[in-house]
Design a protein around this ligand. Structure first.
Ligand SMILES: [Fe+2]
Ligand SMILES: [Fe+2]
Length: 185
């Protein structure tokens, strides 16, 4: 995805799109899930725009490649890396490993029925070695914060604003990313 307009179009297209194409999955559509996750992160980390945007876009893999639960995080990360930068892409990619991590270190923690179901195809709870590797990742703490918002952002009927609220933040982070790329060449 090369422009904020293109990404905004994809986010709008999340209205009426679901993590499971047959609607057997989570009870809110991808559009409301994106807005709720981003709003929770804005409350938890008001100054971290990149984390908030990672929350906003983390599940667009379900839109871009329906039915591929196992790879939806990588698909989304690849789609936004050029536009929103390496950190946002890393946090998006880590939202599934963070779920596998939390399933290993806090097995009693509740997941939505759909998240529990897809945990299997995503590799199940992390092994002890995987836990150690995950904890060594500089993005681990932020990825866990994102995952907690992800798991909480599935409330039917909760108003978390409108997608256009995020255009300005997307423009800002996209401009910073383009500026950094320019500075490197
Ligand atoms: Fe996801
Ligand atoms: Fe999600």
């Amino acid at each position: 995805m090369d422009t904020v307009d293109e990404l905004m179009a994809a986010l709008h297209a999340c209205r009426g799109a679901w993590d499971a194409p047959d609607r057997s999955g989570d009870p809110v559509d991808l559009h409301d899930h994106a807005l709720q996750t981003a709003a929770l992160l804005r409350r938890a980390r008001p100054s971290d725009k990149e984390l908030q945007l990672a929350g906003l876009v983390h599940d667009i893999g379900h839109l871009l490649r329906p039915g591929d639960d196992a790879h939806h995080a990588e698909v989304a990360a690849d789609a936004v890396r050029g536009l929103l930068g390496a950190r946002v892409a890393a946090l998006v990619r880590l939202h599934v490993p963070a779920k596998r991590y939390l399933a290993a270190v806090e097995p009693a923690r509740g997941l939505s029925p759909q998240s529990a179901l897809t945990l299997g195809v995503q590799g199940g709870p992390m092994t002890r070695e995987e836990v150690a590797d995950f904890e060594a990742d500089p993005h681990a703490e932020d990825a866990i914060e994102l995952r907690q918002a992800d798991d909480a952002g599935k409330v039917v009927g909760l108003d978390a604003g409108v997608m256009e609220d995020w255009r300005e933040v997307l423009d800002l982070v996209a401009a910073t990313t383009a500026g950094e790329r320019q500075a490197r060449v």
